[in-house]
Design a protein around this ligand. Structure first.
Ligand SMILES: NC(=O)c1ccc[n+]([C@@H]2O[C@H](COP(=O)([O-])OP(=O)(O)OC[C@H]3O[C@@H](n4cnc5c(N)ncnc54)[C@H](OP(=O)(O)O)[C@@H]3O)[C@@H](O)[C@H]2O)c1
Length: 264
């Protein structure tokens, strides 16, 4: 009974299922994805060959791990629906923004509970998943980390940091993509076709991230290596800072953080 049921095959649920199948550590027949729209589930079934179902109660029956991927406002109804079918040994993993372990504990009957905050790069095995563990779920932490390590990197955090993790890691995908879009637009203005500009922007972003990730350096060390005194890079960097690049990013993150604290 080590199967995984993903409840809610939307943007995130489908990304996780895609990553798990792609990792080759889970076979498609160990994963079940649920949802309400049969059409959407058929698409998931066709592309991933996992089992799909609109019946949550049936779908959790043979699974040890149940990953909750519905919208925050859908959670209470969902838990009311599956509560009586949950077995004590089943482990609930909530990816849901803004609902605490304590709040979920109050809606179920003593199941082991963890929160996980992955991102949609799970589908490319490049997620960062922050994991917070309920008091009664400590024995499951290693196994849950193993599940999410198949779709990227993991970081165990205190639950008090879960909102911050959501902004940095989950919304972070959108923030980095907006930067890539801006670079692409700049490239087009300088003479590249859109596809070419995007190729350069994307591969340069991957390169920059890989330098920091693999060299384990501070970004500024890598910046120094491409910044010639009186050259074009420092001229561009300084202009970006005069225009408020770092400040805009930090302010955007803090605005997102403020907003997330009011999401329910
Ligand atoms: N998207 C992200 O990058 C991301 C990252 C980290 C965390 N999260 C969290 O993940 C959760 C899902 O986000 P999302 O972006 O994937 O939302 P989404 O695209 O709206 O997906 C939610 C899915 O849940 C399904 N659903 C709703 N009620 C259900 C029920 N009772 N039983 C089974 N399935 C049900 C919906 O199915 P129908 O479409 O058929 O109604 C939909 O496919 C949210 O709580 C969010 O905070 C999202």
């Amino acid at each position: 009974m080590e199967n995984i049921t993903i409840i809610g095959g939307g943007n995130l649920g489908k990304s996780i299922a895609t990553g798990l199948v792609k990792s080759n550590l889970y076979s498609a027949n160990e994963i079940i994805v649920t949802g309400r729209s049969q059409n959407r589930l058929e698409t998931i079934k066709d592309s991933l060959e996992v089992a799909v179902s609109t019946d949550n109660v049936l779908a959790i029956e043979g699974s040890k791990y149940i990953i909750l991927c519905v919208q925050p406002k859908q959670l209470a109804g969902l838990l009311a629906e599956i509560k009586s079918a949950l077995k004590p040994e089943q482990v609930l993993i909530s990816t849901i923004t803004g609902t605490s372990i304590q709040e979920i504990e109050n809606m179920v009957d003593g199941n082991k509970l963890l929160r996980a905050m992955p991102n949609t790069a799970a589908s490319k095995l490049q997620s960062i998943t922050c994991i917070a563990c309920g008091e009664n779920a400590k024995s499951e932490l290693d196994q849950v980390q193993m599940i999410f390590r198949t779709i990227g990197k993991t970081l165990v955090i205190d639950e008090s940091l879960m909102q911050s993790a959501t902004v940095l890691g989950a919304s972070g995908i959108a923030f980095f993509l907006r930067y890539i879009r801006a670079v692409t637009q700049g490239g087009i203005q300088m003479g590249f076709h859109p596809g070419e500009a995007q190729l350069i922007a994307v591969q340069t972003a991957i390169g920059a991230a890989t330098l920091v990730a693999e060299n384990n350096t501070h970004p500024e060390r890598e910046i120094d290596k491409v910044t010639t005194p009186m050259g074009c890079t420092i001229a561009g960097l300084n202009e970006m800072e005069h225009q408020g690049l770092s400040s805009a990013v930090i302010k955007g993150l803090m605005m997102s953080y403020e907003k997330i604290n009011h999401i329910k």
